[in-house]
Ligand binder design. Sequence first.
Ligand code: PMP
Length: 464
Amino acid sequence: MSFTSTTFADKDTAAWLALDSAHYLHPFTDHAAMRAGKARVAVRGEGVYVWDSDGHRVIDGLSGLGCVNIGYGRSELAQAAAAQMQELSYCQSFFSTTHRSVILLAEQLAAMLPEGLNQVFFQSSGSEANETALRLVRKYWDLLGKPERRIVIARERAYHGSTAMAASLSGLTFMHHAGGDVPLPNIVHIKTPYRYRNGAGMADGDFGIVAARWLEDKILELGPGNVAAFFAEPAQSAGGAICPPMSYWPEVQRICRKYDVLLVADEVVCGFGRTGAWFGADYYGIVPDVMLLGKGMTSGYLPLSACVMSDRLADVLVARGGEWAHGFTYSGHPACCAVALENIRILREEKIVEYAGRALVPYFRTKIESFADHPLVGDARCVGLMGGLEIVKDKATREAYPREANIGQRCSTEALNRGLAFRANGDTMTLMPPLVITEAELDTVFEIARAALDATARHLGVME
Ligand code: PMP
């Protein structure tokens, strides 16, 4: 055995990348390609910017991965973590022990969320929150003597995470080939309110109702007595910024209530301001039975997620469940909870969600929609500060480029080379900037986005 003595100070970018290649396996990465190509070493973040080890500044059009809602470098969050770590660095919650930060955060969430969502289970990641919710809904029906309510309905192009259960819920089928014998049984997928692909020619309001009825059709096909729950993101980010019409969610809720199917809203991305409202449920006017929170709850400063359940579920679990043999070493970690409380305080006191909703969202929408006439963009769509520009080969027929052509990835690289983090979800280029971005900074985001699309179009011979 030996120990290393490498420090932050003694390497240049090439040396860092060589060391990275020697030992570090990244999430969702083709390592052979990454190690053969060019990568960046991020060293510092402030506001909406991240700097790399060569001194290049990148404007983060993605809030990291849809999590850094409050922007980088807020010292209050670092201080909240440090103070909590000094006072009580860790506390298990398994054996009749609790601590103050977790209690305060649970109280805060119950106060913020829609009526009736009052009991909170914590874990570290969005994937784990989905695991908890899936075990919860099946446990609930077991406790009510209806174990045949087993099947969970999710949607195509959904992203719920990367553990075996969460990957099974996800409807991005390429994820099912990542090992682990997924998808697990008793999870089915329906079509999603993806107007550009699934609702061509329909009026927005009508399409929302049609898309919601795909859920009803599936419930009837399976038999309502066999269905445990419907899991869905209010708006789908990783699926390519799929933003349902306003008529969709109230109809989904009506259908779930009609057949007593539990409604689980995965708000891991939408929660904490992404839609311009505090939660996707507020934006779309629904009250789910379970809400899953993550990412923006701490603005990504520390890992924390929550599965918040309605009294209806919690009462059964508490009164009849006995020990629920589920949970994690880091459920309700003190430092993560302290950071979440501080993050929520700042979001509230600085009216960041209101600023985003009122001032930024209309500006963002105008900018996104201005891309509709770009020769590569078949569809320009957004909800709140989540936007998507879908690249197509033929705007008239909506034909896509072949997946192997990796056009989205090319566009993303063009953007990064010009100083913008602009993600390709398939061939849909997505933006989810921090909620604290200014209009002037948004102008920069969209200027670079256009330059990247133009460069991609020139490469494809679509533009001069
Ligand atoms: N749900 C949604 C809607 C997500 O977008 C994500 C992550 N992008 C997850 C769950 C999984 O979260 P995590 O990566 O923290 O496990």
